[in-house]
Design a protein around this ligand. Structure first.
Ligand code: KIV
Length: 282
């Protein structure tokens, strides 16, 4: 059996310059398939809200939503590291963050992820001191985007220095990894070299220590496309074709076929008919 991916494994991979793979995952069958394929970080993102639950915003996702999906994914993962997003407003104080993080570790999470820069360094420090492995998420942060966030973060020298300082401060506070979203590739490269913990990037170029994508974007379940995605399939269209095939088979009585049914011996069937006839005459 291949060995389990741990937080230490991620550090070793950075050291060996071996890119780390991470994907969002929201359910048991997808978790099994990703784990079998060898994805190192299997991540229950709060993007479950918009991708799976039909919410308008990741901010609508609750602790209960995240715990439900964490348990489902955990059941499917044997080798990968299970990472979970702390939902919006679930880590407002160090004590609240720790209580909620513990609910996730009890549900099977190996590591948790929090959005925010140096303003949450105290929270990350408190979690790290209490043995919670944390990934920090900086740059574009979807939870606070509606409160005046930027799509691409770090295009002016001052802003790029801000992201750089955030990364260093969060590492110093105890973050075991830093996720960067939509930060210019050259800035990300400088940050990746400056940190001793691994960086994971989305929309940040290939020089991060690892990459993450949203599984629905990778498979083509969503009908939108952004330059930061790579679509490997057109699942939405492909599954729709299969649903239409099923509709057509049922309507034309092609399904279920001979191969799908159970049989009864003729004499048992004849006796059954006799019984029903006797029964209907009584
Ligand atoms: O929830 C999520 O999908 C994320 C990714 C954008 C990294 O945080």
């Amino acid at each position: 059996m291949e060995r389990r991916v741990t937080v230490e494994t991620l550090g070793e991979m950075k050291h060996l310059n071996e890119p780390i793979t991470m994907l969002t995952c929201y359910d048991y069958p997808t978790a099994r398939s990703m784990d079998d394929a060898g994805i190192e970080i299997i991540f229950i993102g709060d993007s479950v809200g918009t991708n799976v639950l039909g919410y308008d915003s990741p901010c609508d996702v609750t602790m209960d939503d995240m715990l439900h999906h964490t348990r489902a994914v955990r059941r499917g993962v044997k080798k990968g590291l299970v990472l979970v997003d702390m939902p919006y407003k679930s880590y407002e104080t160090p004590e609240m963050a720790l209580a909620n993080a513990r609910r996730f570790t009890d549900a099977g999470a190996d590591m948790i992820k929090l959005e925010g820069g140096r303003e949450i360094a105290g929270i990350i420090r408190f979690l790290a001191e209490n043995n919670i492995a944390v990934m920090a998420h900086i740059g574009h942060t979807p939870q606070t985007f509606q409160e005046g966030g930027r799509v691409v973060v770090g295009i002016t020298p001052e802003e790029a220095k801000g992201v750089y300082d955030d990364a260093l401060e969060l590492e110093a506070a105890g973050a075991m990894s830093v996720l960067l979203e939509c930060v210019p590739a050259k800035v990300t490269e400088v940050i990746t070299r400056a940190l001793s913990v691994p960086t994971i990037g989305i929309g940040c170029g290939s020089e991060c220590d690892g990459q993450v994508l949203v599984v629905n974007d990778l498979l083509g379940w969503n009908d939108h496309s952004l330059r930061i995605f790579k679509k490997y399939d057109e699942y939405y269209d492909r599954s729709k074709r299969h649903f239409q095939g099923y509709i057509s088979d049922v309507k034309s009585r092609k399904f279920p076929g001979e191969e799908n049914i159970f049989r009864i011996k003729q004499d048992a069937f004849d006796s059954f008919l006799t019984l029903t006839e006797a029964g209907s005459m009584a």
